[in-house]
Write a protein that binds this ligand. Structure first.
Ligand code: EPZ
Length: 432
């Protein structure tokens, strides 16, 4: 008889009412790339406000395998890359974390060689790395893929990567970050055009500049980097996570609750706040790092995900949950990833009325969702299902917590502090 492993699940009691202030953690998508950026420095980097996430632990494993000494105390992380020697990233760890690919730029520009397993696709899309590879080749690297491994090394007698002018066909966050890091120790100037402008790109640039890198224009479509000889030790604080903050704003809106968030950087939430205000929610900037949400009668709206400063794809699933209980018709268009609407089927199991046509989701708001057993399909979908569970009538049981734990630092604990009735428990037999 097949022994079924007990399933960790979240049990969420609906029609929650929240109150109080939630503390926002450091940004996952900053911390991960800045940890890779630490490889550029041959001394120690001291990072603070690092979130406690599975993805952070996995990247730490990859870096340790390369010879990096890492110690974590609470939300502080010390990385000493003095003895960086390995350039082969271990497949069994890299295959669990796509963000491991961020190490290719630093390894190549620091050691002149890097061998990284090609990151696989994931639930939301194929996640190709052609823009990263094309840019590194433009900087004089020899890059080829063999047996699923990306081999990158300096050409012939080159001692360093060469500065280049690179135009990105798409403002890819990862490609911008890979090439910006590679350029910090290259020969001469690199210009990245049509660069990503996300706050996490700016955070990485500020971290590299704090180590002595010469970078101008981060946060605009054109970034100029002038290579330097070496980068020095640094202490750096990661910015607050704008996507976690946005997730809690939706938690307040979907449960008609007044809550506040701290710390946040309001400018990073401009598109999200504009959408919530359009929907009838009040967002008040209480001080430079504190937002207060005052709920209102929700009005339907249309959303199109775009590169920053457009509406973030990482907030699409959460807004889908909110729009599913907003009277009227709304349209969500996902333009960034090719398969990021899997949460629609699960929301419909809870009584939502959403139809998918290609990249479009047509939502007809219902007055009430009903709690149900659901399966998370990816990181932000898991957050969306928690939000739907908070608003639904009855109890929702969510499986697939490994997705949630990759990107949220104690989401259920923070929601409980706001008054939600949400518990992590195990089911002896899977629900379905
Ligand atoms: C980063 O992924 C984030 N991850 C994602 O967050 C986020 O959704 C995404 O940026 C967009 O904002 C991290 O920072 C660790 P992209 P990344 O390169 O860098 C295509 C989350 O939920 N593309 O901007 O992989 C790609 O297929 C995660 O926290 C190429 O075609 O995103 C996609 O369609 C999910 N070729 C689009 O660009 C390439 O070489 C955007 O991808 C690279 C990307």
């Amino acid at each position: 008889m097949l022994k079924v492993q007990p399933q960790p699940v979240l049990q969420i009691s609906g029609k929650a009412s929240l109150t109080g202030e939630v503390q926002i953690s450091g940004a996952k998508n900053s911390a991960l790339v800045i940890m890779a950026g630490a490889l550029l420095c041959s001394q120690s980097c001291y990072l603070s406000n690092v979130p406690n996430l599975v993805d952070i632990d996995r990247l730490s494993q990859v870096l340790r395998a390369l010879g990096v000494k890492i110690s974590k105390k609470g939300d502080n992380l010390e990385l000493n890359c003095q003895d960086l020697s390995q350039y082969d990233a271990p497949y069994e760890i890299v295959s669990q974390l796509r963000a491991s690919f961020f190490i290719i730029g630093p390894l190549l520009t620091r050691l002149g060689i890097a061998r990284i397993p090609l990151p696989g696709g994931c639930a939301i899309g194929a996640r190709p790395v052609d823009l990263h590879v094309r840019g590194l080749k433009a900087m004089g690297a020899e890059v080829f893929i063999e047996h699923g491994i990306v081999h990158a090394q300096l050409k012939g007698n080159h001692k360093k990567l060469q500065g280049a002018r690179i135009y990105l066909d798409y403002p890819s966050v990862g490609a911008t970050e890979t090439l910006m890091m590679a350029a910090t120790l290259a020969e001469g100037e690199t210009i990245i055009e049509n660069a990503a402008q996300e706050p996490e790109v700016v955070d990485l640039a500020n971290f590299c500049r704090a180590m002595g890198a010469q970078i101008k224009g981060a946060g605009t479509p054109t970034i100029a980097i002038t290579g330097v000889e070496r980068l020095h030790a640094v202490e750096y604080t990661i910015i607050p996570d704008r996507i976690e903050a946005g997730t809690f704003l939706v938690a307040g809106a979907i449960t008609q609750s007044e809550i506040s968030l701290y710390p946040v950087i309001p400018e990073h939430l401009r598109a999200v706040n504009a959408k919530l205000r359009t929907m009838g929610v009040q967002i008040i900037k209480e001080d430079t790092q504190r937002l207060r949400l005052i709920p209102g009668v929700l009005k339907p709206t249309d959303i199109e995900t775009l590169p920053y400063p457009g509406f973030p794809t990482d907030m699409q699933a959460q807004f889908m949950a909110l729009l599913s209980v907003t009277q009227g018709n709304s349209v969500v268009t996902e333009t960034v990833f090719e398969n990021r609407l899997a949460h629609v089927a699960e929301l419909n199991r809870m009584g939502a009325n959403i139809r998918v046509k290609g990249h479009y989701a047509l939502i007809s708001g219902v007055s009430q969702l009903s709690g149900a057993p659901v399966m998370a399909t990816d990181l932000r979908a898991s957050a969306a299902l928690v939000l739907a569970g908070l608003a639904a009538e009855g109890t929702t049981i969510m499986q697939g917590l490994h997705h949630l734990d990759r990107g949220y630092d104690d989401l259920e604990g923070k929601l409980r502090k706001l008054g939600a009735n949400i518990q992590r428990t195990t089911l002896e037999t899977p629900l379905f």
